[in-house]
Write a protein that binds this ligand. Sequence first.
Ligand code: BES
Ligand code: ZN
Ligand code: ZN
Length: 509
Amino acid sequence: MLRPRNGSIQHDTIDAMKFNAATTIPQGLDAYIVHVYQNEKGLSTPADKVDKQLQGAITRETKELKFKGGVGETLVLRTQSGKPAKKVIVVGVGKKPVKLDQIRQATAAAVRHARQSHFKTVATPATGGKRLGFDEVAGAVVTGAVLGVYHFDKYLNKEDKLPNITFTQVAPSANLRAVKQGITRAQVETDAVRLARDLVNEPPSEMTPSELARAAKKTAQQTGLSITVLDQPAVKRLGLNAYLAVSKGSQEPPKFIRLEYRPKGRPKRKVVLVGKSVTYDSGGINIKPSRGGMLEEMKMDMAGGAAVLGTMSALPKLGPPVHVIAYMAATENLLGGGAYKPGDILKSYTGKTIEVGNTDAEGRLTLADALAYAIKKDKPDEIVDLATLTGAAVVALGNDIAALFSNNDQLAGRLEKASKQSGERMWRLPLPEDYNELNKSAFADITNSGAAWAAGTITAALFLQNFVGKTKWAHIDIAGPAWADKDKGYLRRGGTGYGVRTLLEYLRA
Ligand code: BES
Ligand code: ZN
Ligand code: ZN
């Protein structure tokens, strides 16, 4: 084993950056970051100011190097005078009107450059206006910087340690407070995203259901959330048989995790979050193929649970007036001698019987019971689940966009709005009544494997809908965006923490 079992799940990058706000540019800076737009004649106001200080060096160099100002394009200039800093990093933010995500991506590029150049102190002018508040922009800068330098390096023997960076945002005094607020909020949010990324990136034999429960307990202890973890016998007594069937092929016991955040004062509404928490998905007896089965990536199958746990970890610090309860039905999906089999018929928590058409469609079995149980126990106003549920979602929407489903337009609208703000993209798909036909079974009330090749993402969502009754419900299939195959913008290869910032935005009020 590589580390003690109770070892910290957090690591190096946690303290890799310090953020602050000031009204003047600090003395002796290593680098000052200014942005330029794409397809614009002139420079941005801050870049123009520095350009004048440097006798037109930015104008000259950008022209000479055919610098386009595309999002994340960077160019470094040395200053003779050391003013406003030893170096100036010119970074493209893309086309106007600039969206928050362009700022996140551009900052990630600039800071990664700074870090690789061993700069220790950097600063950038704070911006804002009518369209984007100073707080939002300051937050986007922090988010891009923190998530862009994130690296899951816990298992690396590294020689070359990159320096910690102090990052100052220079604001007009009238906006200083807003900038500070934006920084603080984004630091809490990115801590939560990093937690989610760490949990996903842990190797599957480390991040077992028991370890996930331990991580949840640790988070609860540190932040003041309430937590209960039920063991297999207790879950059996409750009758969550569809969930437990999935766990039968594994020697690792399942853990049913419930976290609770209660706001101070009267809550505006009660929300349940459910995260798919299959800590490793081999496919079970319907084992995934070596080629194309993404077996080495199926540790990501608890990314929904990781996003939910990350979200919960931030709530006590952010203090939204919403009562939030989270569920993670953690299990492995393996193929030991006790494994559930294709052809099995399961009696789910609601009493509905399910024919197992395919043991690789395990996620919906765990979620069906978790959703139904949560609704019965907590009677939430709305329930939202996040799940790496179907490969078909990746085929339909690729790696950058999640599939959103909901039985309530208003709830879907609020999630879409939150997603626009966070930059975590999603696209709503329908729940066509007549497609329920595809989930019909000859021997049970429903099958877990409606035609996988036709509308696989929709039939999975329709399956879940059978277990939520009339409760306002949204399902987000994150099979694509939960994992990044390569570094991109402020995403780093591996778990992305997708969903955390959207959920925090959605829970804001
Ligand atoms: N965890 C997978 C879905 C998945 C695939 C997530 C690729 C991330 C990347 C899920 O449990 C699964 O295997 N679903 C099957 C369902 C089918 C057997 C009905 C699928 O999508 O193929
Ligand atoms: Zn599966
Ligand atoms: Zn799965």
